[in-house]
Design a binder for this molecule. Structure first.
Ligand SMILES: *[C@@H]1O[C@H](CO)[C@@H](O)[C@H](O)[C@H]1NC(C)=O
Ligand SMILES: *[C@@H]1O[C@H](CO)[C@@H](O)[C@H](O)[C@H]1NC(C)=O
Ligand SMILES: *[C@@H]1O[C@H](CO)[C@@H](O)[C@H](O)[C@H]1NC(C)=O
Ligand SMILES: *[C@@H]1O[C@H](CO)[C@@H](O)[C@H](O)[C@H]1NC(C)=O
Length: 425
């Protein structure tokens, strides 16, 4: 199994020299509104006025006294300790349109590249955004144990090598404003507090500078990582509640660290189904589709243990069942049961398996939408070799930008609630 760098890690590293503290005054922060829906079997779906916020690491981080001077962690005396960074540096608002982030009603579109209208120059934006609660101050707490989440996705403009992701991380709901005590007034309002199961060594953790580059570990549930050619869903449980830091590979991840960096993955193509997902396939990625993920417990109640992560697709009003995977020991399943992970991902079982993922889903996690390309590995782990039909080199971002400079993904109609409440066949 290839290591699956999670959605955001490479992007985080790219921007890891900038991030968090006082709040800048140059660009006002206006969160793009995004309607989402909370559903119950009895009452149907109710619209909620949520919005999205861009991650702090993508923002301008600059000197308070001289806004044109960037702040970089490590540059003394401006920003070399958590205190000096918080004292001297400010995190700026962002112009979402220029970052390739657009919302309309219940739809969110992310673009990978932006062409400057006057110079024609192309820059990489690769946004990672979080769902903010209607208060605009805290992330929405998405609790999915004994529940389901549905969304529509149009990824027809994502070729080999791209990854349009919808996933959950167990970040602090206030972006770390509280735990970082005065060091991070910006908080979730400015997209601070990222963490995931790859334990990225971010320059800021919970908005406080991290000069020793500890890893930011937390539970991660990759509900959707995909382009038009390949898709996978993957829980990455951690032996951590909310964010825990780590200082070496031994404490961060494989083989015995806090987090399951590899995860237990379900990818139809890897199970031998070459005609299930893709352009003009059973699930046709040339057109919008609905993706439903159900987190089913052992006893059918919210006090049960997570026992199964089920997936169906809906297109043209027709429910398309997941493929049946034949895994070890004669087991045949069309969903991610504990037995499936036991047979395919011993490393996940060693960290408590999907049951531990279920505990995080019960506590509440942050919903993340991101779009990225993979400079180091060309996304081969997701869409080439045994995982998909792409070849080893076509996912090179330098090639993608030449033939698909308008690479983008649109997520819409995001609904969650009781099992059976978010969709109709
Ligand atoms: C959401 O926003 C709309 C338009 O601003 C408003 O009419 C509606 O009352 C809001 N809904 C809630 C639940 O606050
Ligand atoms: C998919 O079908 C459309 C319409 O029938 C056709 O134009 C297109 O060439 C097909 N694409 C592939 C990859 O087969
Ligand atoms: C887990 O897998 C091992 C080895 O494949 C097998 O012997 C064992 O019975 C499985 N346990 C469960 C609970 O499925
Ligand atoms: C990989 O795919 C691209 C696009 O289809 C093609 O141009 C290239 O020649 C292929 N490379 C190899 C090594 O097959």
């Amino acid at each position: 199994m290839k290591m699956a760098p999670s959605t955001a890690t490479l992007v985080s590293l790219l921007f890891s020299l900038t991030s968090a503290q006082k709040i800048g005054t140059t660009i006002p922060e206006h969160h793009p509104p995004l309607t989402t829906y909370k559903c119950s079997v009895a009452n149907g779906c109710q619209a909620v006025n949520t919005s999205v916020v861009l991650d702090a690491f993508s923002r301008s981080f600059h000197s308070v006294s001289s806004p044109s001077s960037p702040c970089t962690l490590g540059s003394a005396p401006l920003c070399d300790t958590p205190e000096s960074c918080a004292q001297n540096c400010a995190l700026e608002g962002v112009d979402y349109g220029s970052w390739g982030i657009h919302t309309k009603d219940d739809a969110l579109t992310l673009n990978q590249w932006r062409r400057d209208p006057s110079t024609g120059r192309i820059t990489t934006v690769s946004p990672r955004t979080y769902l903010l609660a209607s208060d605009g101050q805290n992330y929405e707490s998405v609790t999915l144990l004994n529940a389901e989440l549905s969304f529509d996705v149009d990824l027809s403009k994502l070729p080999c090598g791209m990854n349009g992701a919808l996933y959950l991380s167990e970040m602090e709901l206030d972006g770390g404003r509280g735990v970082s005590k005065g060091l991070n007034p910006a908080g979730a309002t400015y997209g601070t507090g990222y963490c995931d199961a790859q334990c990225p060594p971010l320059s800021f953790i919970n908005g406080a500078a991290n000069p020793s580059k500890l890893g930011a570990c937390c539970n991660e549930m990759d509900i959707w990582e995909a382009n038009a050619l390949a898709t996978t869903y993957t829980p990455h449980p951690c032996s951590a509640t909310r964010i825990r830091t780590c200082d070496s590979e031994a404490t961060c991840g494989q083989p015995k660290g806090y987090c399951d960096k590899w995860g237990c993955a379900y990818n139809a193509y890897s199970h031998g189904y070459r005609d299930f997902y893709g352009r003009n396939k059973t699930v046709d990625t040339n057109r919008k589709m609905t993706v439903v993920t159900q987190f089913v417990t052992s006893n059918g109640r919210s006090d049960g243990k997570l026992a199964d992560i089920k997936r169906v697709y809906i297109q043209d009003g027709k429910v398309i069942k997941n493929v049946v995977a034949k895994v070890g020991g004669g087991l045949q399943v069309d969903s991610m049961t504990d037995g499936y992970c036991n047979a395919t991902a011993t490393w996940t079982q060693e960290r408590g398996g999907i049951e531990v993922m279920g505990e995080a889903l019960a506590r509440g996690m942050v919903l993340i939408f991101s779009l990225w390309a993979d400079d180091g590995g060309f996304m081969n782990w997701m869409d080439s070799g045994n995982s998909g039909p792409c070849n080893d080199t076509e996912g090179n971002p330098a090639l993608i930008v030449q033939h698909t400079p308008d690479a983008s993904v649109t997520f819409s109609n995001i609904r969650w609630g009781e099992i059976g409440s978010t969709f109709k066949a």
